[in-house]
Write a protein that binds this ligand. Sequence first.
Ligand SMILES: Nc1nc2c(ncn2[C@@H]2O[C@H](COP(=O)(O)OP(=O)(O)OP(=O)(O)O)[C@@H](O)[C@H]2O)c(=O)[nH]1
Ligand SMILES: [Mg+2]
Length: 437
Amino acid sequence: MLSDPIAALATPPGRSAIAVVRLSGDGAFDVAARVVPAFRPAPRLAQLAAFVASDGAPIDRGIVTVFPAPHSYTGEDTVEFSCHGGLLAPLRLLEALHAAGARAAAPGEFTRRAVLNGRLDLLQAEAVGDLIDATAPAQAGRALAQLDGNLSSRIAQLRSALVELQALLGYEIDFPGEDDGPVAPERIAAARDEVAARIDRLLATAPAGERLREGALVVLAGRPNAGKSSLFNALLGSERALVTEIAGTTRDAIEAHTSFFGWPVRLVDTAGLRDTDDRIERMGVETSRRWLESADLVLHCVETGAEAPSDGLPPARTLTLRTKSDLPAPEGEGIPVSAVTGDGLEVVRRAVAEHLFGARAALADLEPGLSRARHREALARARAELEDARPHFGPEGDAVLASHHVRLATLALDELVGVVDIEEVLDRVFRDFCVGK
Ligand SMILES: Nc1nc2c(ncn2[C@@H]2O[C@H](COP(=O)(O)OP(=O)(O)OP(=O)(O)O)[C@@H](O)[C@H]2O)c(=O)[nH]1
Ligand SMILES: [Mg+2]
């Protein structure tokens, strides 16, 4: 495993009060001592010190904090330098650290080392990235909980159940066909069913979890001039899309990120749906259709007083809105909303959040759930192995084959969390059953 000293700017470049430069790896303290003449490796103590270039020229005065291994983010000897921000001080400090023997860190290399050194598991490392990328409060809340290990511990519980199952099968392998053994075959089969059901429950969290991480795709659609672009702008609170009284104004789809009641939404304005001879508008309508296919939710905009043709929109994924509700006209089906007066905007935002995130919108603290395709695929693999194991359970079954599939299911979870340790299975078999061989 690579543990040479690496250094990088941990804060974004540019004008700022403070910048933080991070240094980690074997020999990090020697590197630091070449740049900070007064360097003392006192653990977790902030010290004010002068930083100098390799020719001794002063760079800055700042704070040095030392984290000796293994009690650091990476698990290695780590030094954090807080210097003044802006372009020069951080750049010159980095140059000095490179001249003193540290190499430039690759993207994510600090967190990668944290994983390899067992400071974070893979799920927590992903959460670090998710927290940094979060734009909506619910995303940040979810990432923080995952960083705290709530998903990891849920996977650990599943894994432990699988190891237990394998231990039961191990007894069956060592003492086959003993009718008066301590474990009835029905109990082993029931244990399999129970783990399978738990995996199913976790898998069921994937759609909402992935939607939460990526932002739900909400597409505004309807007839030309229905007020889609006006509503798009009103929901965003900024004039992103052109609005005119001419039907067929919007051609390209326009996407913007926002959040409704803390829930992340990718809002898309599209060209009005109609048959047209205008070549460019027709291309716009085709683009609209493609967005509608992948939408998590379609906001069907129908002008107050107008007919509400379904336009082939997917009913289960469509909310109807009555736009221009400020105009005098008979009310129709749908949520009344006006981009001009702002009436109904909050109702629309809430309806969208509830439709997309459902009961979760009401949950103060989020249940741990899957948030990436990687998680879903690993659990689906584990679930498939349990399915393959099923015929091999029971009195007529082959415990060796059953055990093989359960082991593969366990491996899928290990891969998910980023640890692979088969010794543990063996330990459990012998500890719980005192087979004594
Ligand atoms: N009174 C009133 N007029 C509105 C409202 N929203 C939009 N309009 C008007 O309706 C016309 C069409 O609005 P747009 O937002 O461009 O409609 P659109 O659905 O995006 O139209 P296309 O892009 O052509 O498909 C404009 O003249 C707007 O000023 C509203 O809430 N109240
Ligand atoms: Mg428009």
